[in-house]
Ligand binder design. Structure first.
Ligand code: UGA
Length: 475
């Protein structure tokens, strides 16, 4: 099944986690502010979700980006990435959303300006703030009296630097507020309307109150604080979640040595409300545009200020090794991988997105190719994004084409589609029926019952009798 990257205009079904799916004008009656004209700088994933959802709350929003191609696509009604439900929200609010290359247009009416530019990692692990600097450099004269609201994840201290740069330009009247985003890919529209908390970091009262009012329709605790604490809360939250994942992955690795089952262990651990059930899913490591970048940036930030953040160093290392352990496990089953065919099922860093940034699939594919294996891959939405990144990998539109003739299949992303796999057909199509479930997604008994050798992460391994017989025939 192939899903479109995002065509605005009813390509996807409604019902996307927004507070109501009726007219947006009705939504603005939910106690929010009178309609504001907002601007969003940066039409990336954060910028577009923020713009569309504020439009859904009844505001007019001008979105400005420096990419001619992106603005052209958006103006023509096409979304540049896959995010469930977003195309519907954009379509419903088309009249309230405008897209432009012109920074002057963005500032012409809006007084509250969301900064949603990218802050990728530099080779040292620091955050690249050139996009933020550009915003200040491009600030038009009419900007007096506006408030810049930083949504992008920026290192602690960035707000203070921006404040100093604004003051140095004589733009003392331009306010600055830190308002980090906590949206997760794949559920961003739902997360926008149902956040766990809203942070508003400010140097003084300028703008902070108005930003708070913008979120009036959203039932979530709002925390006002200083800018540095808001910036740190964002990094600390992502680093803590990444730590939980690396922790449970290490528990999984010990489970493999001792015969315990990490799924049972994690479920029981999570019943303790001091631990909580979330982010305890063992697997082949975290990826995406946030955790790897933010954990590295926090480690670097600590190092730059003279503190060695030992725990984060381990979190990163555990995550890197977790991806590579899959190759070792395959070697244990198949011997040398040269000439063997491995199918990667799922490529995106998590389900419901076509994002491949820091995806485990990239590391796996390149390790397997380096060992001389033939690699095939399937993903329901990320195949197009994968074309440029996965040179040498055979990309398949159909999951059964990917497994046909393979010596092993690795579940890399827990796409719902994989629950419907016709297991007996898969067994018959594979040269050697072996599934390595990197997300502990499938039911071991069902897969083994179909005569497939099934291995997971941190779960006891039992060979399927049919698979053993088939393996004897193959060798
Ligand atoms: C993450 C945070 O969850 C958001 O709150 C935050 O706003 C966002 O980063 C950001 O900083 O912009 P995201 O990267 O979209 O969101 O995705 P997550 O759902 O957090 O998953 C990240 C990675 O962790 C994925 O590769 C996922 O497979 C992995 N993961 C997650 C696990 O391996 N185990 C788990 O139990 C949970």
């Amino acid at each position: 099944m192939t899903k479109p990257a995002g065509t605005i205009g009813g390509a996807w079904p409604a019902g996307n986690g927004s507070p109501r799916s009726g007219a947006a004008g009705v939504l603005s009656d939910r106690g929010g502010t009178d309609r504001e004209h907002l601007a969003v700088l940066g039409a990336g994933w954060v910028g577009l979700v923020t713009a569309a959802c504020f439009a859904e709350l009844g505001h007019r929003v001008t979105v400005r980006d420096v990419s001619e191609e992106r603005i052209g696509e958006l103006t023509a009604g096409r979304l540049p990435f896959y995010e469930p439900g977003l195309a519907d929200v954009v379509e419903r609010n088309r009249a309230r959303l405008s897209f432009t290359l012109d920074v002057g247009e963005a500032f012409s009416e809006a007084r509250l300006i969301f900064v949603c530019v990218g802050t990728p990692s530099t080779p040292t692990g620091d955050a690249d703030l050139s996009g933020v600097r550009r915003v200040i450099d491009e600030l038009p004269r009419v900007a007096e009296g506006v408030t810049l609201i930083m949504k992008s994840t920026v290192p602690v201290g960035t707000g203070a630097k921006v404040r100093a740069a604004l003051d140095a330009r004589g733009a003392r009247n331009v306010g600055y507020v830190s308002n980090p985003e906590f949206l997760a890919e794949g559920s961003a529209v739902h997360d926008f309307f149902n956040p766990q908390r809203i942070l508003i970091g400010s140097f003084d009262s300028r703008g902070a109150e108005r930003v708070g009012e913008l979120y009036g329709a959203i039932p979530a605790p709002i925390r006002h604080m200083d800018v540095a604490s808001a910036e740190m809360t964002k990094y600390a939250s992502n680093a803590f979640l990444a730590t939980k994942i690396s922790f449970v992955n290490e528990i999984a690795n010990v489970c493999e040595q001792t015969g315990a089952d990490v799924v049972t262990v994690a479920e029981a651990m999570g019943l303790d409300c001091r631990i909580g059930p979330h982010f305890l899913q063992a697997g082949i490591g975290y990826g995406g545009s946030c955790f790897p970048k933010d954990v590295a940036a926090l480690k670097q930030l600590a190092g730059n200020s003279g503190y060695h953040f030992q725990l984060l160093t381990a979190v990163i290392e555990v995550n890197d090794l977790q991806k590579r352990r899959v190759v070792t496990r395959l070697r244990e089953h198949l011997g040398p991988l040269a000439g063997k065919t491995v199918a990667l099922l799922g490529l995106a860093f998590k389900p419901n997105t076509d994002d491949l940034r820091e995806a485990s699939s990239l590391v796996l594919a390149s390790r397997l190719l380096a060992e001389g294996a033939d690699v095939r891959a399937w993903d329901p939405v990320a195949i197009e994004s994968a074309r440029e990144l996965l040179d040498g990998v055979e990309l398949c539109d159909d999951v059964l084409d990917a497994v046909a003739g393979a010596d092993a299949a690795v579940i890399v992303t827990e796409w719902e589609e994989l629950r419907q796999l016709p297991l007996e057909t898969v067994r018959d199509l594979m040269r050697r029926p072996l599934v390595l479930d990197g997300r502990n997604f499938l039911d071991p008994n069902e897969v083994r019952g179909a005569g497939i050798d099934y291995e997971a992460i941190g779960r006891p391994a039992v060979r399927a009798p049919v698979a053993r017989a088939l393996e004897l025939q193959v060798s």
